[in-house]
Design a protein around this ligand. Structure first.
Ligand SMILES: C[S@@+](CC[C@H](N)C(=O)[O-])C[C@H]1O[C@@H](n2cnc3c(N)ncnc32)[C@H](O)[C@@H]1O
Length: 147
């Protein structure tokens, strides 16, 4: 199982995944687990090698411009194996907390994923972030690459 994480932050997710993980972030500050290769880079600039069973991004894509996502994300998604999964968790349109972001809970983003991956399922929920005492409205998107 090969996994690519876009915007891994402190590696809390990447370091708990099974399989061979490539985790990319502009700033890597934590130590990767034995099965994780952490790469300090802009994930839209990096030349990826090989294909992945899972491409995963947790609260990261929204910190990039719509132009960049539209231009570069398809190149990353081309590295998803047939039957592979693209999984995104990010902020819902209605999220009131994170204001400086691109809204990817939007038809243009859903259409891009449908075009380059396949059918999508989207769900949303509200989560309470105890550390900052506020509630986020978030969404999860899952798409399976057509064979
Ligand atoms: C809110 S943090 C989320 C981190 C982690 N995924 C988590 O759930 O804790 C967003 C992360 O995405 C990274 N990021 C955003 N755009 C990026 C890009 N184009 N290339 C690399 N890292 C990026 C930031 O550096 C930051 O660490």
């Amino acid at each position: 199982m090969r996994i690519l994480e876009l915007g891994c932050g402190d590696l809390k997710d990447a370091n708990n995944m099974q399989g061979k993980v490539i985790a990319i972030d502009k700033k890597i500050v934590c130590k990767p687990a034995h099965n994780v290769t952490a790469i300090e880079a802009d994930y839209f600039d990096i030349q990826l090698e090989g294909d992945f069973d899972l491409i995963y991004s947790n609260y990261s894509l929204c910190f990039n411009t719509k132009v960049k996502i539209e231009d570069r994300l398809p190149k990353i998604l081309a590295h998803l194996k047939p039957g592979g999964i693209f999984l995104v968790r990010d902020f819902h349109t209605e999220d009131k907390v994170v204001k400086k972001r691109t809204n990817i809970h939007a038809p243009w983003f859903f259409d891009l994923v449908k075009k380059y991956v396949g059918p999508i399922t989207v769900s949303d929920e509200k989560i309470f972030e105890a550390e900052h005492s506020h509630e986020h409205h978030i969404f999860s998107l899952k798409a399976k690459k057509s064979k």
